[in-house]
Design a protein around this ligand. Structure first.
Ligand SMILES: Nc1ncnc2c1ncn2[C@@H]1O[C@H](COP(=O)(O)OP(=O)(O)O)[C@@H](O)[C@H]1O
Ligand SMILES: [Mg+2]
Length: 270
């Protein structure tokens, strides 16, 4: 299961990872693809999960909405090459990669090379935070995701503003210098959007005002990464030891969106 996406240089890849089922990978993937579509930007959704939820969602998409190209990467086709199966129309500029639950560390590492952004949705519960902290340690040490370039971001999912577990998650990640780049509300709009083949970005804004606002930090973090080409720093050579964790100067934190303990250095950076 290798993320060896054939494509042109302008294709930007966003990988959604968390081996824990139910953390919100598919919800984030669908709504991110819907975000690009809502802006008329040509996007694809690549589904590596044998459950195929993202592809089923695409099939429900209303004809009036901008099309999103779907790639059922979980299908094992023996009559075509893998790169032929994963091919995309040349006009696609963004591909959102939805991944399955229960991946091993070895499988995880196959998804990270070449990703312009890696998003890890995490539910604010003690069990999920514990699992996510191990995932992030694996990503940083085993997959050698270069945190200095700030391509890895946690998205707190199903957040209720005054939830104690959410504050614990924030404090824990703050300690690790892992950016929480977004926090999605626990909202029935995500459930309705999933049913309708739509996204919160394409629903009537009167219904989704608060949800749309909660996406702003995430998209503000993401866009510069999509506009900055990967370089050698992002693709460490085999055998290279992990670099010390650095900090990115343009990480968007959520201080202004959710109350939290006093941030080091304040403002929008670590
Ligand atoms: N922010 C949210 N608000 C409300 N429901 C959500 C939210 N995120 C996910 N869900 C619901 O939680 C369930 C699991 O989410 P899903 O995206 O399928 O997780 P995963 O792909 O990681 O297994 C789904 O029923 C989904 O509709
Ligand atoms: Mg899923």
């Amino acid at each position: 299961m290798t993320l060896n996406i054939p494509g042109h240089r302008e294709l930007r890849k966003i990988v959604i990872l968390n081996p824990k089922g139910g953390s919100g990978k598919t919800t984030l993937a669908m709504n991110l693809a819907g975000y690009f579509a809502s802006l008329g930007r040509p996007a694809a959704l690549m589904d590596f999960d044998p459950q195929g939820s993202s592809i089923r969602w695409l099939k429900k998409r209303p004809a009036a909405q901008t099309a999103i190209y779907g790639v059922a990467a979980f299908e094992k086709k023996t009559n075509v090459t893998r790169s032929f199966q994963l091919r995309m129309p040349p006009d696609i500029r963004y591909v959102v990669v939805d991944t399955p639950a229960a991946m091993t560390t070895a499988q995880l590492t196959e998804f990270t090379p070449g990703a312009d952004a890696i998003l890890v949705p995490v539910l604010p519960s003690a069990i999920d935070i514990d699992a996510a902290s191990r995932l992030i340690a694996d990503l940083l040490l085993v997959a050698k995701v270069n945190q200095r370039m700030g391509r890895l971001g946690v998205v707190a999912n199903r957040v209720r503003e005054n939830n104690l577990a959410f504050h614990k998650l924030m404090a824990f990640l703050d300690h690790l210098q892992i950016p929480i780049v977004g926090a999605l509300r626990d909202s029935q709009n995500y459930v309705h959007a999933a049913d309708e083949g739509s996204s919160i970005h394409e629903m009537h804004p009167s219904r989704t005002k608060k949800d749309l606002a909660s996406w702003l930090p995430l998209t503000s973090w993401l866009e510069p990464r999509l506009n900055t080409a990967l370089n050698d720093c992002d693709a460490p050579r085999f055998g290279e030891s992990p670099k010390p964790w650095g900090v990115s100067s343009d990480v968007v934190y959520l201080h202004n969106h959710f109350p939290r303990r006093a941030a080091k250095g304040g403002g929008h950076s670590l």
